[in-house]
Design a protein around this ligand. Structure first.
Ligand SMILES: [Zn+2]
Length: 77
């Protein structure tokens, strides 16, 4: 399964809490085979995205580390 790291546009505000799970839940899930990862911590933000699938937002905050990640233009609606 190919993976793509997203571009971090804003670093997390604070340190990740101790004992927090290393990986957050994906905010988006598609039916394809490409995972889009947080550029800061590597957690999956958009999972299994197909080549024609889009997300409805320009950017998303990683649920694991709090970094803001920007989606590439081809992934935006
Ligand atoms: Zn992250």
């Amino acid at each position: 399964m190919p993976t793509t790291s997203l571009k971090v546009t804003r670093a997390p505000a604070g340190a990740v809490a101790e004992g927090a799970p290393a990986l957050g839940k994906p905010l988006f899930r598609g039916t394809g085979d490409t995972d889009y990862l947080c550029g800061n911590c590597g957690s999956v933000i958009a999972a299994s995205m197909g080549p024609t699938q889009r997300v409805i937002v320009d950017a998303a905050t990683c649920s694991a580390c709090g970094a803001e990640n920007e989606f590439p233009p081809h992934l935006r609606a």
